[in-house]
Design a protein around this ligand. Structure first.
Ligand code: G6P
Length: 504
C-alpha cells in the first residue's frame, strides 16, 4: 500500500518544486465580528488535493471563494499546516462579472453539460468564453510568478483548460493536467465553438490524466478527428507540432487512512443526533426520549450524499424510491430515504430549477405514502463535516449513488471504506455510469434509467445477509486501500515526469 510518506519521499527524490493550480480552494477564510476563521472544505476535489499539496510542500494556487479573503490576505499567502506537512496557499481573485462568465458561464453551463451525458443542453456565449480566457490567463500569470528552478506544474480540471496555452511551455517546467470529469465522444464535443483552442492548449501539456480508459480514449479520438496528429497506440502518446503529450487513465483513490481513522473513533452524539431529532421525530416519538442511534435501529436508512447537480440523477432516484415503496409496502413506516444535498452552483438557473423539482417530487412521494408522522423522504440541503458524513455512512443500511454520468465519484468510495468498519455494513447501490463502478465491482451495480433494476437493488441491498455484505464490503475496501490517493498522486507525478524526460 502506498503511503503519504512514500509520496513525500518520491517528490523529494525528484528535487522539483511543485505548483498545483485548481479552481477549488482547499481552505476558505472568513471574517466574523473581526475574527478570522479558516473553514476546511469537506468534500470534492480540494479534499483530495490538500494531502497531496502537503506531501509535496507545494505552492497551491486556488480561486478565492470569499470577499473577506482579499481583505485578509490580499496578494499575500496563507501557510496551511498539518501534522504531516505544510504548503503555501495563494489566491486568484476575480473581478466583478468574471466569476459569472468563467465559473457560472463557460465552466459550468458550457463545458460541464457538454462533457456529461446528462441530457442538459450546454449553452454557448462568446462573453462567457472571454471571461474564461481572462481568468485562465490570471491563473497562468500566478503560476509563472512561482516557477523557480525545475518545477512541476499540476493544472487541475476543466475550469483551467487554457492555462497550458498561456503558460506557453515555460523552461525547466513539466506540465501535468488532470481532467476529473468525463470526456465525451467526439460527436458530442465537436459542437463546441472553441474546441480547437481548448484541445491545442491541452496538447501543450506533457501528460493528461483521466479517471477511466473510456474517457482517455474519447479524448484521443477527439484529437484525432480534429487535428493532423500521430498517435502511438502502444504508449498513448500524441505527437502534434513537434510536441509529445502522453494520455492515460489513472483512477483517483481516496485517503483510506483518514476515513478509517474517523470511522474507528468513538463517536459523540453530535450533528447526527440533532438532525435525527429534527427530522425523524414525530410528536408521538418526542414523548419517548431515546438516543438518536435508536432511529437508525428503528428505521432502515437509505442514504444519498450528493452535490445538488443534475448529473447526480436525483430525480431518477426519487422516482425509483416511489416505485420501491409502491412495490414493497412492508417498508412503509420502516425505511426512510435521507438525502444530504450539498448546495452547489446555486445561482445557475438549471441548478435552481433542479432544487425546486427535487423538493416537489419529494413532497409528492411524502404525501402519497406518509402516515402517522412517518415520511419516506427527508432532504437536507446543507454541507456536513467529514466526521459527520462518516457517521452517516457507518449507520446507513444502504447508500444510493446513482449518477447519470460521473468522472469518478468519491462518495461511493468513502461510503464503502467507512462501512467496512461497521459490524453490519450498509450496502452500496451504484450507477454503472460512475467512474468508480469499475473499482467497486462488488456493489450492486445498476443502470439508473432502469427503474425496476434500481428498485430491485434497493430491496436486495436492504435484505442482503450480513455475512454477504461484510464479505463484499471488505473486498472493496481492500481494493480501495491498494489504490488510495497516494498511489494516484505518485502515479500522476511519475507519469508526467517520465512523459517529459525524453525531451530534456
Ligand atoms: C466536480 C469537479 C471539480 C469541482 C467539484 C465541485 O467534482 O470535477 O473540479 O471542484 O465538482 O464543484 P464546485 O463548482 O461546486 O466547486
Amino acid at each position: 500500500m502506498t503511503t503519504f510518506e512514500d509520496l513525500k519521499t518520491f517528490i523529494s527524490s525528484q528535487n522539483i518544486r511543485v505548483i498545483i493550480a485548481a479552481d477549488a480552494e482547499t481552505v476558505v477564510l472568513e471574517k466574523k465580528d473581526g475574527q478570522v476563521s479558516q473553514r476546511l472544505l469537506s468534500g470534492g476535489v480540494s479534499v483530495v488535493l490538500d494531502p497531496l499539496a502537503k506531501a509535496s510542500s507545494a505552492v497551491y494556487i486556488g480561486r478565492s471563494k470569499t470577499e473577506d479573503e482579499k481583505e485578509i490576505v490580499g496578494k499575500g499567502e496563507t501557510k496551511i499546516e498539518g501534522d504531516r506537512g505544510s504548503y503555501i496557499l495563494k489566491r486568484v481573485y476575480l473581478e466583478n462579472g468574471e466569476f459569472d462568465n468563467y465559473y457560472n458561464g463557460f465552466s459550468n453551463q458550457t463545458l460541464w453539460p457538454l462533457c456529461h451525458v446528462a441530457f442538459e443542453n450546454p449553452a454557448f456565449h462568446r462573453l462567457w468564453y472571454e471571461g474564461y480566457v481572462s481568468v485562465n490567463k490570471k491563473f497562468a500569470e500566478s503560476i509563472k510568478n512561482e516557477i523557480k528552478g525545475d518545477t512541476f506544474i499540476w493544472v487541475n480540471d476543466y475550469q483551467l483548460c487554457l492555462v497550458p496555452k498561456f503558460l506557453n511551455r515555460p523552461k525547466n517546467a513539466v506540465i501535468g493536467f488532470f481532467w476529473h470529469i468525463p470526456w465525451p465522444t467526439w460527436e458530442a464535443f465537436r459542437i463546441l465553438p472553441q474546441k480547437k483552442e481548448i484541445i491545442e492548449s491541452l496538447l501543450m501539456c506533457d501528460f493528461i490524466g483521466f479517471h477511466r480508459g473510456y474517457q482517455a480514449r474519447n479524448f484521443i479520438e477527439t484529437v484525432r478527428r480534429e487535428f493532423e496528429v500521430r498517435v502511438e497506440e502502444e504508449t498513448s502518446k500524441i505527437y502534434y507540432k513537434g510536441h509529445v503529450t502522453t494520455v492515460k487513465s489513472l483512477p483517483l483513490g481516496i485517503d483510506t487512512d483518514v476515513v478509517s481513522d474517523i470511522a474507528k473513533r468513538d463517536k459523540k452524539e453530535g450533528t447526527l443526533e440533532i438532525l435525527i431529532k429534527k427530522i425523524l421525530r414525530t410528536d408521538e416519538e418526542r414523548k419517548n426520549e431515546s438516543p438518536y442511534i435508536e432511529y437508525f435501529r428503528k428505521y432502515k436508512v437509505i442514504l444519498g450524499v450528493d452535490r445538488l447537480d443534475y448529473t447526480k440523477g436525483l430525480l431518477l432516484r426519487l422516482d425509483a424510491l416511489d416505485r420501491f415503496f409502491e412495490n414493497n409496502k412492508k417498508y412503509i413506516g420502516k425505511a426512510i430515504y435521507l438525502g444530504l444535498m450539498a448546495p452547489s452552483r446555486d445561482t445557475i438557473p438549471s441548478y435552481k430549477a433542479l432544487k425546486d423539482a427535487v423538493e416537489e417530487e419529494a413532497e409528492k412521494i411524502n404525501k402519497k405514502y406518509g402516515k402517522n408522522g412517518w415520511r419516506p423522504i427527508h432532504l437536507i440541503y446543507q454541507t456536513f463535516s467529514r466526521e459527520e458524513i462518516v457517521d452517516f455512512y457507518l449507520h446507513a443500511s444502504l447508500c444510493l449513488v446513482t449518477p447519470r454520468d460521473d468522472g469518478m465519484n468519491l462518495v461511493s468510495k468513502e461510503f464503502v471504506m467507512a462501512a467496512s468498519f461497521s459490524k453490519n455494513p450498509g450496502m452500496l447501490v451504484l450507477s454503472q455510469f460512475a467512474g468508480s463502478a469499475t473499482d467497486l465491482s462488488q456493489a450492486l451495480i445498476v443502470n439508473p434509467y432502469d427503474k425496476s433494476e434500481v428498485v430491485n437493488a434497493i430491496r436486495r441491498g436492504l435484505e442482503m445477509k450480513r455475512e454477504e455484505k461484510v464479505r463484499r464490503t471488505r473486498a472493496m475496501a481492500k481494493v480501495l486501500e491498494e489504490n488510495n490517493v497516494y498511489k494516484w498522486g505518485v502515479d500522476f507525478f511519475q507519469n508526467t515526469i517520465e512523459a517529459r524526460q525524453p525531451q530534456r
